[in-house]
Design a protein around this ligand. Sequence first.
Ligand SMILES: Cc1cc2nc3c(=O)[nH]c(=O)nc-3n(C[C@H](O)[C@H](O)[C@H](O)COP(=O)(O)OP(=O)(O)OC[C@H]3O[C@@H](n4cnc5c(N)ncnc54)[C@H](O)[C@@H]3O)c2cc1C
Length: 395
Amino acid sequence: MARETLDVLIVGAGAAGMMCAIEAGRRGRRVLVVDHARAPGEKIRISGGGRCNFTNLGCGPANFLGENPRFAASALKRYSQRDFIAKVDRHGIAWHEKTLGQLFCDDSAKQIIRMLTDEMSDAGATLRLGVSVQWIDRDGEGFSVALSDGSSVRAASLVVATGGKSIPKMGATGWAYEVARQFGLRVTETRPALVPLTFEQGMLETLIPLAGVAVEATVSAGKTRFSEAMLFTHRGLSGPAILQISSYWREGEAITVAMAPGQDVYARLKTAKDENGKQAVHTALGHIVPRRLAESIAAREGAAGKLAEVADKTLRRLDQAVNAWTVKPVGSEGYRTAEVTLGGVDTAALDQQTMQAREVPGLYFIGEAVDVTGWLGGYNFQWAWSSGWAAGQAC
Ligand SMILES: Cc1cc2nc3c(=O)[nH]c(=O)nc-3n(C[C@H](O)[C@H](O)[C@H](O)COP(=O)(O)OP(=O)(O)OC[C@H]3O[C@@H](n4cnc5c(N)ncnc54)[C@H](O)[C@@H]3O)c2cc1C
């Protein structure tokens, strides 16, 4: 059996793995990247609706969840959004800020993949696709690794960059957690995050007729709130505000939704009633929220007639229904559609400067595999770039 000797074996040619390969290769290391997929960076390709929201101008540790959200601070500071933007600019990739500091390619996410694969080959790193790992043995100062193509590798450093469990259809495996456990590292509880929320049948009967309606909303779970778009769907609620709150919501809890945040709905309806009482309630409400939503809320609150016929206390109920709508999700759409996995390899077991396992010299975990999860908006890719860069400097 062919046995290759390397400095660094990276498993996973996603955002984090490719970034790590570039940095390690530039430092003269002999680097091999293996991936069981047929193409590198598949999640980059589909991200941001095909335009890749590759970072966020305001990225900092406060935008991340995990048992120790401060863990990300060092890597995010040493390789920041500004560093990645400079890389994108050097490659002449045009980009724009869409909203809330989110940066997207003007043209295509494929440009980011091309940038990374070009830099990898310039740095002398080798990429082997369609290959997975069969077993890993730690021997002396390094690792012996058997690959599925029949070859074996000896590497001083092993970098696990295989991501989390989200979108199994795209080859997500949760394999990183198995490796962590093999070497005695704790894995925190994992769950789907940045994912649409689902509802029981009774509530779905209210939601389904509204499928396709979008509103700017403030959605809260406990003390956490996000103000972004919310979308009604055939399966429940989605859109950025819901995806964001899904990372904080837990089973059994309700979420509260304001669908006209910052507006005094009662005062507006009362003025409309005083000025033009012949107006239908849903018409007046339709000046505040989308018309289909207004009709649904008015019907649900038994406020079908003209404004003049409706008591002020009903207007107050409508205000509550618009701006303090409390609903209890039953679950989420799960890993099938989740953009990321919350939880992962315990950060307490890793060095925050290098991503190296404290008790297993030479073993590194980077990217989504680690218990560092970003908000929606380019934060997860920035963590992949920053953690990949940090490990690439060290391995
Ligand atoms: C639909 C969608 C859209 C997204 N959009 C954005 C966005 O716009 N902005 C943003 O910041 N984040 C976005 N994300 C999240 C982002 O894609 C991830 O956070 C990021 O890709 C994580 O990078 P990673 O390198 O850690 O893992 P990945 O990119 O998942 O890469 C892991 C690699 O490891 C390989 N692999 C897995 N298991 C094995 C195994 N056992 N053996 C060999 N290889 C293996 C996979 O094939 C893959 O190539 C999106 C996610 C999804 C699903």
